[in-house]
Design a protein around this ligand. Structure first.
Ligand code: SF4
Ligand code: SF4
Length: 763
């Protein structure tokens, strides 16, 4: 059995499923030479005319540009530049209606030709002398994209790494009316072959297959003549059937290979280019002419001259029609493209672009007005006509239902929008229109899904980051806790607290890991309560044990406890002092005993009472000091040898205080230091005798002063009336009386001291 290549060499051609045979109407234009048009007044050059992105604009409004000068620069692999079709001035760069079924506005450069048609310098290349990268660069810089309809950047399509078996040149041009490629082949076959040779250098295929319909005998003959004796160049004439010019259909016709769904021809070792593209490549490389013009079929019965024209890119469709003697009808339709796959335009100022191969201006009867759509009768004619072996009626239902899953299941993406199904539909259903809408919806859904996927990826990344940070924090805390435990263990202090920390950490971990139930919460609360109660009891016990400890002899005194004891003593002394006035009423036994005077009158009793009060007060004032030192009882009970010295110091301090008080009361006494003062030195060995002497002196002085005061009082009493009974005590108001009282107090204090000292002497 012959191999595929042998079959191809033998001239075998295969067939594809479906297809239709509409009237071709090519004879109107395929016998006339390509016409050259006058340069239009304005050229509207869209910045993007291909599948991809627009290049960077290189000119500004007001610039003069030369023919062939780049207006944009390709700064991206998917960008191809556009060029000035003639010399002139840039009038504007603005939005203009696009040559597209959507009729959306797109950025467009408006050029005002100056009529000089002045070229920029050109640099032709010799394909034999340059490498493929130079060729690829020239193809891209010349702005070449597929001219068969799709507009894919050519420099990407021919820059392949995998081996190529067949380079197929599509010269079928199967749509009715269109003869642009036919005329190009008839007139410029050698240039087309030159372009194919450049492609061969880039792709190195096993064979070049030029597919052409059998209704173009002149073009086929021209190509064969141009090929000459080249090896492995084959011109294959295929039966006229629409849509033989479809990429997948032509591959099947010439190689019997099917391109799998969702795959590219390159995946089965095939690259396909249009004859118009091959011609553009030849011009770009050999003559340095970028893609600034193309052959366009202008047909329709409203035109006086139906013909092919070489139109500058950017020429308004209206200018093209006018150049061909256009006579518009009332409901005139203008179609860009063929009658099967073309689209009607409302704005006739849209320009010729790189993919524009035909402009139709038919009369109303020529193509027939669109009739009213009827319901599908499930005749199946559409499925029979479909070249892609699809089920158009099912696609129609799911398109109307917006069921994208079912549309995917029925391979809507394989639909080439050829229109064969709609052409045969007896219900006049515009099937291709429904498919285009459904495809647009699917594209939008996919865009949304992509955005949602990207958003989800961002969310997942954020969640992961937060979880990672949480884990790192936890590990850090555990490390710190472990370090603390290690430090405490090293210092030998913290076995208990380490265990407590460990327990707390374990509890925290347990709590964070699993939530406590109710019983656990109650148990935990009870445990904390018991701990608090135990602590309070311990505290109370410590407080109650304190006084007993303080009273115990030989125990070191707590300053706080001493202060409390002092406060208690002061309060007691105060109370005693307040109780003294009652005692005045009855002479104090001690005072009475101390006076030894049988005739003591009421005044003396008053003096004694005052003395008692003063003593009480003094006792109260002396208490703080007493607190600082052991109590007398305690001192007496102890056997410490320096107790006498302390007692003597206390007695001396009391004597000093008394003497001071006396000195204040008797300024004259201050003149000469009191013997008691002299005797009361601060030396530690002061003995009791000196204190006794001082006390005796003080007593004597007090007695003298008391006698003086008494005598003075008696004199005053005699001088005044004797109304008040002498037994009634009088309030001492006169200064001499005060002096006497103070002296009496001092004497009493001194006596008491002396007595106390005498009592302590045996010790
Ligand atoms: S050709 Fe039209 S009527 Fe017939 S099955 Fe297809 S869509 Fe329905
Ligand atoms: S338009 Fe699509 S469904 Fe209709 S015949 Fe062409 S490929 Fe088939």
């Amino acid at each position: 059995m012959p191999t595929l290549f042998q079959q191809i060499q033998a001239g075998k051609v295969w067939d594809f499923h479906g297809g239709i045979h509409p009237p071709s109407r090519k004879e109107r234009t395929n016998q006339k030479p390509v016409a050259l048009l006058d340069i239009p007044d304005r050229l509207y050059i869209p910045l993007r005319q291909h599948i991809g992105v627009a290049g960077k604009v290189l000119v500004k409004v007001g610039d003069r540009v030369l023919k062939g000068q780049a207006l944009t620069q390709a700064d991206n692999a998917m960008a191809v530049p556009v060029h000035a079709p003639t010399s002139g001035m840039v009038l504007a760069i603005e939005l203009h209606t696009s040559t597209h079924p959507s009729s959306l506005a797109e950025p467009t450069l408006v050029l005002a030709p100056d009529g000089m048609d002045e070229w920029r310098p050109r640099k032709p290349l010799d394909p034999e002398q340059v490498d493929i990268y130079t060729l690829l660069e020239r193809i891209q810089e010349s702005g070449i994209s597929g001219m068969g309809g799709a507009g894919f950047p050519t420099h990407i399509k021919v820059n392949v790494k995998q081996p190529v078996d067949y380079l197929i040149i599509n010269a079928v041009e199967c749509e009715p009316y269109i003869t642009a490629d036919d005329m190009l082949m008839q007139e410029r076959a050698s240039d087309i072959i030159a372009g194919i040779e450049i492609l061969v250098k880039l792709l190195s295929p096993k064979a070049v297959l030029i597919g052409i319909e059998d209704d173009k005998p002149i073009a086929a003959a021209s190509l064969k003549a141009a090929i000459g004796q080249r090896d492995n160049y084959f011109v294959r004439e295929v039966p006229t059937k629409y849509p033989s010019g479809g990429e997948k259909q032509l591959i099947q016709l010439l190689t019997n290979k099917e391109v799998p769904a969702g795959r590219r021809p390159l995946d089965i070792g095939i690259v396909m280019q249009n004859v118009g593209t091959a011609f553009a490549i030849a011009q770009a490389v050999l003559d340095d002419i970028p893609l600034i013009h193309r052959v366009v079929t202008v047909a329709g019965e409203t035109l006086a001259q139906q013909q092919n024209v070489l139109a500058l890119i950017g020429t308004p469709i209206s200018d093209l029609l006018n150049a061909c003697g256009f006579q518009a009808e009332p409901q005139q339709r203008i179609i860009v493209g063929g009658p099967m796959m073309g689209f009607a335009i409302a704005d006739w100022s849209v320009p010729v672009v790189k993919t524009t191969n035909c402009v139709l201006a038919p009369t109303e009867n020529e193509l027939g007005a669109a009739s009213e759509e009827m319901d599908c009768i499930r005749c199946g004619a559409c499925a029979d006509a479909c070249p892609a072996s699809l089920l158009p009626q099912q696609l129609l239902w799911y398109s109307k239902a917006h069921d994208q899953d079912k549309l995917a299941e029925y391979n809507l993406s394989d639909c080439i929008e050829c229109g064969a199904c709609a052409y045969v539909c007896p219900s006049e259903i515009p099937l291709v229109h429904y498919y285009r809408v459904a495809k647009a919806e699917i594209r939008e859904t996919q865009r949304e899904a992509l955005k949602a996927e990207q958003a989800k990826a961002r969310f997942d990344a954020r969640t992961e980051r937060l979880e990672r940070e949480k884990q790192e924090r936890l590990e850090r805390n555990q490390q710190l806790a472990a370090q603390r435990v290690a430090q405490q263990q090293a210092s030998g202090q913290a076995s208990q607290s380490a265990a407590a920390v460990q327990q707390a950490l374990a509890r925290t971990q347990q709590q964070s890991d699993q939530p406590l139930d109710k019983a656990q919460i109650i148990a935990e609360r009870e445990r904390k309560k018991a701990e608090a109660l135990a602590y309070q009891q311990q505290k109370q016990q410590a407080q109650t044990a304190t006084p007993a400890e303080n009273t115990a002899p030989g125990t070191a005194e707590d300053p706080r406890k001493a202060a409390i004891a002092a406060a208690l003593a002061r309060a007691k002394a105060k109370k005693q002092a307040e109780a003294q006035p009652e005692a005045i009423e009855q002479p104090a036994p001690a005072e009475t005993a101390a006076s030894d005077t049988p005739d003591m009158d009421a005044k003396k009793a008053a003096v004694a009472a005052a003395i008692a009060r003063a003593k009480a007060k003094k006792q109260a004032e002396a208490q703080p000091e007493a607190i600082e030192q052991p109590a007398p009882a305690e001192t007496a009970a102890s056997d410490i040898p320096d107790v006498n010295a302390k007692k003597a110091a206390v007695a001396a301090a009391i004597a000093r205080a008394k003497a001071k008080k006396q000195a204040e009361a008797q300024p004259e006494a201050v003149e000469q230091p009191a013997p008691a003062e002299t005797a009361s030195s601060d030396t530690a060995d002061m003995d009791a005798k000196k204190a006794a002497v001082a006390a005796a002196i003080a007593r004597a002085k007090a007695k003298k002063l008391a006698e003086q005061a008494e005598a003075q009082q008696q004199t005053e009493v005699k001088a005044t009336t004797q109304q008040a009974p002498s037994a009634e005590p009088q309030e001492p108001v006169a200064p001499p009386e005060q002096d006497a009282k103070k002296a009496a107090i001092a004497a009493a204090i001194a006596r008491a001291k002396a007595k106390k000292q005498q009592n302590s002497e045996p010790l």
